[in-house]
Design a protein around this ligand. Sequence first.
Ligand code: CP
Ligand code: NVA
Length: 310
Amino acid sequence: MAVSMKGRDIISIHDLTVEEVNQILDTAQILKMKQKIGDIYHPLQGKTLGMIFQKASTRTRISFEVAMWQLGGYALYLSAGDLQLKRGETIADTARVLSRYLDGIMIRTYSHQEVLDLAEYSTVPVINGLTDLLHPCQVLSDLFTIKEKKGRLEGVNLVYIGDGNNMAHSLMFGGAKAGMHVTICSPSGYEPDPGITALARADAAKTGAAISIHGDAAEAVKTADIIYTDVWASMGQEEEHAQRLKAFERYQVNSGLLAGARDDVLVMHCLPAHRGEEITGEVVDGPRSIVFDQAENRLHLQKAILALVM
Ligand code: CP
Ligand code: NVA
């Protein structure tokens, strides 16, 4: 039975029910198929999405903009530096004003609280396009990609190697809802937030997923179906780059690591990739890599989100 998601905020996968996650994935599959056969579908005719960006973006900006266009609507790029936000207008007033013009708001910013505040004062759905804490649209897309490639999510074993950052957090939340086992391998001091890990484990207990934190990447990848990595220094951490290069040097996804994994292991990365840092060129550009399928699926998955909530 379809559940209505009209007006729903998409801020954290933890807030979604298992049924809602499945509905998003099923809708993405239908919309991807429609696009591939050239079937025009315009459920968002006359509707506008505002997209606030406090940080850079290639995939998120373009995939959301194209998604709105393909669904018959319009997307407005709002650079935070050009909004009155920069001059001290509150998030609450911004939310109330934007709600009078727009049918949905997507926001990419630093502070997760800012997205929560925006949603509190907005009367239109708010979509989290990445915060320092979470990246739900990326991980919902990744669940869709894994399901396409592996035919299932339940019982799939995903091993994430790297920083316990927004991607690690959302992967734990996504895995927990989907019944997919997620192991996070991070150097000491860079593990995921314990509060997020605890919430993910509580969700996982309901679906049979296992959420593990493991220090030894070589050991963890032995049974992996998917090896996932992300940049060592996220947006906003540029000044820590040199220190992080050192801290993460034993956490690179390279052919040596892959040699200890199964032959059918797939390698994922949300991109942008830094070849020679978290992943080597031969792996990201090699036969096990599905990173560009991941990037494409942002479009299909976000079309599903937009069509469902707007
Ligand atoms: N993966 C991702 O969100 O990419 P962008 O930063 O380019 O949007
Ligand atoms: N962890 C990365 C993800 C980029 C899509 C960052 O926040 O910069």
